[in-house]
Design a binder for this molecule. Structure first.
Ligand SMILES: [Cu+2]
Length: 150
């Protein structure tokens, strides 16, 4: 009889632990889902902005990997089409730099060794100066590039 009682009690305990574990993992799943939904909402908001900005052309996402170093950006020249959604993945490889494109309201610091994403919609045509916005040494004033929006 004692053995049967032990089996029943331990079975009950195992069942309880199982239930708790399952409930917890469900909660975790819910938490995972919430931020994902928020991201999707943010992206769809962006899509709406792009459509409003570019009624004729829906625009493509153009992604560029860039390097910032004393005293240049590589590539030096970026060419996109008006309406494109542009994404720069920029890594500063020597000292801290920054990237500024005045006309697009961009001014982002680039700490060493981190890849920083800079995104904007190229809704204005023309040639725009891209420059370093963090003093990085004697050549800082000539550390420039160009964004051409056709
Ligand atoms: Cu600089």
């Amino acid at each position: 009889m004692k053995l049967i009682k032990k089996i029943i009690v331990s079975g009950f305990l195992i069942g309880t632990v199982f239930l708790v574990a399952c409930t917890n993992s469900d909660q975790n799943r819910d938490e995972d889902i919430i931020p994902t939904n928020q991201n999707q909402q943010d992206e769809s908001d962006l899509d709406i902005d792009i459509k409003l900005d570019n009624e004729e052309d829906l625009g493509e996402v153009k992604e560029f990997n860039m390097i910032a170093r004393q005293f240049e950006f590589e590539p030096k020249e970026i060419r996109v089409k008006k309406g494109d959604k542009v994404k720069f993945n920029i890594e500063s490889v020597d000292v801290e730099h920054g990237i500024s494109i005045l006309e697009y309201g961009i001014n982002v610091d680039l700490p060493v060794g981190e890849t920083i994403a800079v995104e904007f919609t190229a809704d204005k045509a023309g040639e725009f100066l891209l420059s370093c916005s963090v003093y990085c040494g004697g050549g800082h004033p000539i550390m420039t590039g160009k964004v051409i929006v056709e």
